[in-house]
Design a protein around this ligand. Structure first.
Ligand SMILES: *[C@@H]1O[C@H](CO)[C@@H](O)[C@H](O)[C@H]1NC(C)=O
Length: 484
């Protein structure tokens, strides 16, 4: 009697919490992928479901006499920045490689979201020999206007890097995206996969041969928007790591070795890829038992020890409500990217029955999973203000996101061009956005778990492709249940 009583007493709070807490991860996974349709540039296909969007940027590339239509707008504006777009595509591909089996019917949509990125990146890499196109649209002019992508009238300037204006960061990230995607399509579309891999190798060669930061070559056209603050060595390591996984060619292993050790950051983002490279390379140490990669496994575990809340070497802040808090601007991008690494490292640990230590604490995979689940649940509405940070998910979600197309009347309803300034009335209005950008994850709450929901507060209210891309993996993990 007594023991049963205790069992009930001890376990009931846990049980109640689980029943209330588990959000519908399948629905969230589906919406997280649908979001990418809302960010599409180029000619939209017949099966486009986000119907308030229309074709846009149809002459992109024409000033350079090449076809650079397609790809994604990075966030709430109308610019195609290839550096974060390539990272987005890499993370969507990594999500699909690790968790594709758990995606069920969403696997098809995940592949489509990748292909929309790679079709464009292939054009950028193949249009002109000796050049890699790295963006379309003048960001400084675009940011002065508030207009729909469907009728924008701002200069669609084309940016590129070359041997005389190198960009090893953007090139190696593009190579990473193409190499990762080549594995996604290996069985589903072998011909496409071969094209992706061949192009990835060429672009990586360019990144290695002509070393330099694209921020030096393109300055105010990419900075401060997507300046490569961390330098390009992290991208060289990351790009080489992806090519190594795609080819198993020792050439890339030697390249990684030649780069020497890397930084030990406590962050992972479109700018800083070291932690991602360490986790990716530690897969070889764990799954392939290749002792040459032991140092990257160490580095990956050092990273985890900087993230886990109870670790002696933790350098990561958490809000009172339990959200990882890295930086005030678009904090959720770091949360989703790091959550991806936690989940994925736990997955590698589970399949090899591996544990590690942070100081004197032994870390088992479920310790990583529990932090990861806490972050996913927080984003989906389990937080002090019960706000889901995914648009269109749950009872309460952001209504005034910083996003031109979502905040302005649909081109389908009002086809008259709005002009550069025609949209500012909508921008300053307190009305909810007329078009719901379903699945978009915004920059997120502030340090006190509060969310102002104001369109001009872009640090918190702007969605971005890379926030979502890294979230797809953990959502697929939890959507399939926690058994495997
Ligand atoms: C966080 O957001 C809430 C809601 O808008 C606001 O009241 C609070 O002052 C903000 N806190 C910080 C630290 O910015």
């Amino acid at each position: 009697m007594t023991s049963l009583f205790f069992l009930v007493l001890l376990s009931s709070p846990l049980l109640t919490r689980n029943v209330e807490a588990n959000p519908n991860y399948r629905e969230a996974l589906s919406k997280s992928l649908l979001f990418f349709q809302g960010q599409r540039s180029g000619r939209l296909p017949r099966d486009q479901q986000v119907s308030w969007r229309a074709s846009s940027g149809l002459s992109d590339g024409s000033t350079a006499h090449v076809d650079l239509t397609g790809g994604y707008y990075d966030a709430g504006d109308n610019i195609k920045f290839n550096f974060p777009m390539a990272f987005t595509t890499t993370m969507l591909s990594w999500s699909t490689l690790e968790y594709g089996k758990r995606m069920g019917p969403e696997l098809k949509n995940a592949r489509e979201s990748i292909r929309w990125g790679t079709d464009y990146l292939l054009k950028c890499a193949r249009a002109t020999p000796g050049k890699l196109y790295v963006g379309v649209g003048d960001p400084n002019v675009d940011h002065k206007c508030w207009e729909r992508p469907e009728d924008m009238d701002t200069p669609r300037t084309v940016y590129s890097v070359s041997s005389s204006n190198p960009g090893s960061d953007v090139a190696a990230e593009t190579a990473a995206a193409l190499a990762a995607a080549s594995m996604v399509f290996r069985k589903a579309d072998p011909k496409y996969s071969r094209l992706l891999l061949a192009t990835a190798k060429n672009v990586m060669q360019f990144a290695i041969q002509y070393r330099g930061a694209y921020s030096d070559s393109l300055s105010s056209s990419v900075c401060p928007f997507y300046c490569s603050y961390s330098g390009y060595k992290d991208e060289l390591m990351w790009g080489a790591a992806w090519l190594l996984r795609a080819t198993n060619n020792p050439y890339y292993e030697n390249l990684i070795k030649s780069l020497g050790g890397g930084d030990q950051p406590d962050i992972f983002s479109w700018d800083n890829k070291y932690a991602g490279a360490y986790v990716l390379l530690s897969r070889r140490a764990l799954l392939n038992k290749d002792s040459n990669f032991e140092q990257y496994k160490q580095a990956a575990e050092n990273f985890m020890c900087k993230i886990l809340p109870n670790s002696p070497s933790s350098s990561t802040q958490y809000t009172q409500g339990g959200l990882m808090y890295k930086l005030p601007q678009s904090n959720l991008q770091y949360v989703t990217a790091i959550t991806f690494l936690l989940t994925t490292y736990a997955k590698y640990m589970k399949s090899t029955k591996h544990t590690f230590t942070c100081g004197n604490s032994v870390i088992v995979p479920d310790a990583l999973i529990s932090v990861s689940k806490q972050q996913v649940d927080y984003i989906l509405g389990e937080n002090p203000i019960k706000m889901s940070y995914m648009v269109g998910f749950g009872r309460s979600f952001p209504k005034r996101i910083h996003h031109r197309a979502s905040s302005l009347p649909s081109h389908a309803l009002l086809s008259k061009p709005l002009g550069c300034n025609g949209g500012f009335q909508s921008f300053y209005s307190q009305n909810p956005n007329p078009n719901v950008l379903t699945g978009a994850i915004v920059g997120g709450p502030n340090q006190s778990d509060g969310y102002p929901d104001q369109r001009d507060d872009y640090s918190h209210s702007e969605p971005a492709t890379y926030i979502n891309a890294a979230f797809v993996g953990p959502l697929a993990y939890f959507a399939a249940g926690r058994s495997a």
